[in-house]
Design a protein around this ligand. Structure first.
Ligand code: PGA
Length: 253
């Protein structure tokens, strides 16, 4: 049985005070769910990781980074390694978020190195995949997702790949208010699980959690997570409001 997983991606939002307040709000909101089977993580900007990690330290809420660099240490100005993130209290690291692919220009090859480095450094990577609107309209969704998954996981043994969570985030649904319908999302998730079975085996495909992301809100989360292959959600905008994020966690639990 895959345990539901709700992760909040704060993107380039919050400040030193509001990041801690938000984290504490998530902790307080999750307390009443104690014992319910759901994993929760928040992914603040790098500079607030340490403060947020402290704020959630006595709770079951985990902390994730929004990115990670593949180098171990040395002359990589501006970058942050997996071991630094681990040292700061991170459990997870997003890899290949669509804003990094399409705004910053990250390639599948770079993302693959980041996934491998995250695992090597003891982090659990959340590999984000998903098609652009134009790609969906051109009937290329499966082709794009296949490329993101195959290249993103290239060279990883089944044992290493078992550390990965996949997040299917159609780019046209991110921050737009346009959510994929539960049917569209389930179709993509089922396809991804089949792909994982093809690359690895059925057992691993059955174990790996696949999250949906893209305009997830309190009022659509339950319907999405009710589908067989949707194991949780990666939430952007709605993770910045305590009540909305806690309602999504409740929907998962
Ligand atoms: P959104 O972002 O929920 O604001 O659409 C999701 C994401 O980018 O992870």
């Amino acid at each position: 049985m895959r345990k539901p997983f709700v992760a909040g991606n704060w993107k380039m939002n919050t400040d030193s005070r509001s990041s801690v307040e938000l984290a504490k709000g998530v902790v307080d909101g999750s307390v009443k769910l104690a014992g319910r089977d759901v994993d929760v993580a928040v992914c603040p900007p790098f500079v607030y990781l340490q403060a947020v990690a402290r704020a959630v330290s006595s709770s079951s809420v985990a902390v994730g980074a929004q990115d990670v660099y593949y180098g171990v240490k040395g002359a990589f100005t501006g970058e942050i390694s997996a071991s630094m993130l681990k040292d700061t209290g991170c459990t997870y690291a997003l890899c290949g978020h669509s804003e990094r692919r399409h705004v910053i220009g990250e390639t599948d090859e770079l993302i693959n190195k980041k996934v491998a480095a995250a695992i090597g450094g003891g982090l659990l990577p959340i590999l984000c995949v998903g098609e652009l609107q134009s790609e969906r309209e051109a009937g290329q969704t499966e082709e794009v997702v296949t490329r993101h998954i195959k290249k993103g996981l290239a060279g990883l043994s089944a044992e290493k790949a078992s550390a990965v969570t996949v997040a299917y985030e159609p780019v046209w649904a991110i921050g737009t208010g346009l959510t994929a319908t539960p049917e569209q999302a389930q179709e993509a998730h089922e396809f991804i699980r089949g792909l994982l079975a093809e690359i690895y085996d059925g057992r691993l495909a059955d174990e790996i959690r696949i999250l949906y992301g893209g305009s997830v809100k309190a009022d659509n989360a339950a319907d999405l997570m009710g589908r067989a292959d949707i194991d949780g959600v990666l939430v952007g905008g709605a993770s910045l409001k305590v009540d909305d994020f806690v309602a999504i966690i409740e929907a998962a639990a």
